[in-house]
Design a protein around this ligand. Structure first.
Ligand SMILES: Nc1ncnc2c1ncn2[C@@H]1O[C@H](COP(=O)(O)OP(=O)(O)O)[C@@H](O)[C@H]1O
Ligand SMILES: [Mg+2]
Length: 317
């Protein structure tokens, strides 16, 4: 059972750390323009520029008078149909609830009335409050050691976030040492996450939507050189572009343990804050202190979540 140990502890001023422009530039119709050209143009110059770009057929009046009868299907102009927005282009792959049940997966979506579901809803509400206040969207989830319940918490928090009406949540398995999101959700690992993070695979080819409001990036291939991939320039740009074009409200990143790999340190500049998962049956105070020391100065510690809490520790019983 998960329980909140602390109120999320937040220090410092609100800063919007991520300013994304790559998607907007790619979508600009004025591809021949250099950045800043439009701002420098005089009004006359701009009119000349517009005239030059009017297609000849539209500029010259048509010699043929318009037919007085309705156009046939063949004669009607073939207007390009508007493209669906990027979120709607992400492939839908509904959960296999029978397989989830058979595998006995501890998912809050299967036990809506249980105390763990209530704990995750409480965590979600507090987290959303903090993120909204700060204008933040990207949250990493990590723990001091493997087995603390990082993936369990990341997955259940994402499921809880995705229940907010009209919201969009992305869950990414950024644990290249021991990927676990696909297994935790009862899905088949698929998609080229490394390709996406290096900038060669678009978000629409990576993400899957098991719920209309939830997109997941699964990870099937463990990669021991992940830190270099995560440090790469393409990685920051790919995530900026994904956040911009998907219109996601929140992105949850499932990470390897802080104290075991430097992959986590590589991801910290890419997120707004971190949730630290502590295992009520195994994590020591010294481990938590070591994690906080490692995170300090690199990111905001949004809170410490007590997993596998004893009943007496749980705020929701
Ligand atoms: N509170 C919990 N209740 C039930 N099962 C849990 C809980 N926390 C973790 N587990 C299970 O323990 C195992 C290890 O958890 P996991 O989230 O994969 O750890 P980590 O990602 O930190 O290595 C998984 O099988 C997970 O489902
Ligand atoms: Mg894990």
């Amino acid at each position: 059972m998960a329980a909140l140990a602390d109120q999320p502890a937040i220090a410092g001023n609100a800063v919007v750390k991520h300013f994304a422009v790559s998607g907007a530039f790619a979508a600009s119709p004025a591809q021949g323009l250099q950045q800043g050209d439009e701002a420098r143009m005089s009004e006359q110059g701009f009119k000349r520029f517009r005239r030059r770009r009017v297609p000849a057929a539209a500029a010259a009046p048509s010699a043929d008078p318009a037919p007085s009868r309705p156009l046939t299907a063949q004669e009607a102009p073939q207007l390009p149909a508007p493209l669906p927005e990027p979120w709607d282009r992400i492939r839908q792959l509904p959960f296999d609830s029978a397989a989830q049940e058979q595998a006995g997966l501890p998912l809050v979506s299967r036990f809506r009335a249980g105390p763990a579901a209530k704990s995750f809803d409480l965590l979600r509400t507090r987290l959303l409050h903090t993120l909204k206040e700060r204008g933040w969207k990207r949250v990493a989830v990590t723990g001091p050691a493997a087995g603390c319940g990082t993936t369990f918490s990341a997955v259940n928090l994402a499921l809880s976030l995705a229940r907010v009406p009209g919201s969009r949540t992305i869950l990414m398995d950024m644990n290249f040492r021991r990927p676990g999101v696909a297994r935790a959700l009862g899905m088949q690992p698929q998609g080229d996450l490394a390709g996406f993070l290096s900038g060669s695979v678009p978000m629409e080819d990576l993400l899957l939507r098991p719920m209309p409001s939830l997109a997941v990036a699964l990870n099937g291939a463990a990669d021991q050189d992940a830190a270099e991939l995560l440090h790469g320039r393409g990685c920051a740009a790919a995530l900026d572009d994904m956040m911009l074009r998907s219109g996601a409200d929140t992105a949850i990143f499932d990470l390897p343990p802080v104290l075991e790999h430097d992959d986590t340190a590589a991801v910290l500049p890419l997120v707004d804050g971190v949730l630290l998962i502590s295992d009520g049956t195994a994590t020591t105070a010294a481990q938590l202190a070591a994690c906080e020391k490692m995170l300090a100065g690199h990111t905001q510690l949004l809170g410490v979540v007590l997993n596998r809490a004893r009943r007496a520790d749980s705020p929701v019983g």
